[in-house]
Design a protein around this ligand. Structure first.
Ligand SMILES: [Zn+2]
Length: 130
């Protein structure tokens, strides 16, 4: 493994598996690095020009599962919305799709995702019971 590159933690595996299935013009490879070299830069999505062309989604390590998960989703949305404005409508739709796919992936124990549907069902049942 190249210097500064780390293996992804186990908790990220279901998310990466889900995100690999997202529609993108080129294949996406995922990189987990000790540092991306810039403060306030948690992730990056780049198009590698050498053949075969592919996107490289990099995530900076050490920010905890939830920040890293949201960073993965954010960067994969850039790959999905390639050719469109950064953080514009196409990117926003891609982000929602990728977020949904990650949300549906096998949860990590202690995951902060709130199952809103299940929660409201429980609340409704509780209310009916009085
Ligand atoms: Zn961005």
């Amino acid at each position: 493994m190249k210097r500064g590159y780390l293996p992804f933690p186990d908790y990220a595996m279901p998310w990466i598996y889900a995100l690999q299935k997202m529609p993108t013009k080129y294949l996406v490879t995922f990189v987990y690095k000790k540092s991306l070299g810039k403060a306030e830069c948690l992730g990056r999505c780049e198009l590698a020009l050498r053949k075969p062309r592919h996107f490289v989604v990099s995530v900076e390590a050490g920010h905890g599962p939830f920040v890293e998960r949201d960073t993965l989703v954010h960067e994969v949305a850039h790959a999905m919305a390639y050719g469109h404005a950064d953080h514009g409508p196409a990117w926003g739709i891609a982000f929602a799709r990728a977020y949904k796919a990650v949300e549906a992936s096998k949860p990590y124990p202690g995951d902060s995702f709130i199952d809103v549907a299940a929660l409201s069902r429980r609340l409704v049942r509780g209310a009916l019971r009085g």
